[in-house]
Design a protein around this ligand. Structure first.
Ligand code: SF4
Ligand code: SF4
Length: 238
């Protein structure tokens, strides 16, 4: 019998993967054990993401007053789903949290994540319009999901409009220059203060593009973090 994720699908937490811990590749298992030393007490890892704009709309309907409204809403919703779906079972939330979980590696195992030229993960159908929201360890016996063998949209994208659209030329030499991206984003009058023009130029999964308000919210937050690290990181090392 498959797991009923309906309550999550309805609010836009519509990507779900269940892994048996003992079936994970050794490297992934070791990484989890390093991230959380109680991992051996659980049997499964449940990874939840969102694709498309529905989650943001659910969060807006719930209210944006919290400092981290998407995280707060996602945690609350997933933990309520887990309690209802698997009563009596234990779980431990890895993400959001302090454990350094390699979400992209888990996303690759789930079949969601392919690398893109600008380092945001790209999904075969949803393009870059998806994100990791919650990762749980659980003592459940849910049916494990199998990853579809889907090719990256980038493999059939001959004209790579993302590369030409980046005003910082951050991908011009075939690699991603994070410093060039950040430097450009921090400039006064930057066209990437609240967005990523490369991401907008990508045609893959464009029907699933986030609402403009969500894009603005996400990139405003990331630029704030960049400025915080630029100020506080410099103070710590200075
Ligand atoms: S524009 Fe093409 S190469 Fe760039 S991320 Fe999208 S699919 Fe990949
Ligand atoms: S945020 Fe702007 S500068 Fe950075 S990769 Fe995207 S388009 Fe380029």
């Amino acid at each position: 019998m498959s797991t009923d994720f309906g309550a999550l699908d309805r609010v836009g937490l519509n990507l779900q993967a269940v892994f048996d811990l003992n079936a994970l590749p050794t490297q992934a298992r070791d990484r989890l054990a390093r991230a959380f030393d109680g991992a051996h007490r659980y049997r499964q890892l449940i990874l939840i993401g969102n694709a498309g704009p529905t989650l943001w709309r659910s969060v807006c309907a719930d209210g944006l007053a919290a400092d981290h409204p998407i995280d707060d809403f996602s945690i609350r919703t997933v933990e309520r789903w887990f309690a209802q779906h698997s009563p009596g079972h234990r779980m431990h939330r890895l993400y959001p949290g302090n454990a350094p979980v390699d979400l992209q590696a888990l996303g690759q195992l789930a079949g969601w994540h392919h690398p893109s030229p600008f380092k945001i993960g790209i999904h075969a159908e949803r393009g870059t319009w998806f994100a990791y929201r919650v990762a749980l360890l659980a003592d459940t016996d849910l049916p494990p999901t199998t990853a579809p063998a889907t090719p990256s949209p980038c493999t059939r994208c001959a004209d790579t409009p993302c590369i030409a659209a980046c005003p910082a030329g951050a991908m011009a030499d075939g690699n991603f220059a994070l410093d060039a991206c950040i430097g450009y984003r921090r400039q006064s009058g930057s066209r990437c203060a609240n967005t990523c023009l490369a991401r907008l130029a990508c045609p893959a999964g464009s029907v699933h593009r986030y609402d403009a308000a969500q894009i603005h919210h996400g990139y405003t937050h990331s630029l704030r973090m960049i400025e915080w690290f630029a100020t506080n990181g410099a103070r710590r090392t200075g």
